[in-house]
Design a protein. Sequence first.
Length: 62
Amino acid sequence: MNANMKIVRDWIITQSYETAIIELEGEYDTVPNEVYKAYYCLSYIEKLKVFRNAVNHIIKNY
């Protein structure tokens, strides 16, 4: 997992998962600029890996 993926994953796991995804895709003001920059540097496959990793983390710690 590269640095951009970690930035996005770490932000997602501190938020409500569904809300975080909507906010990332919808460009809401509640998302920090650092997270936006990291997110838009990711490829589609990398985004899917980040989402999967975040879900796995949330499930393990639920």
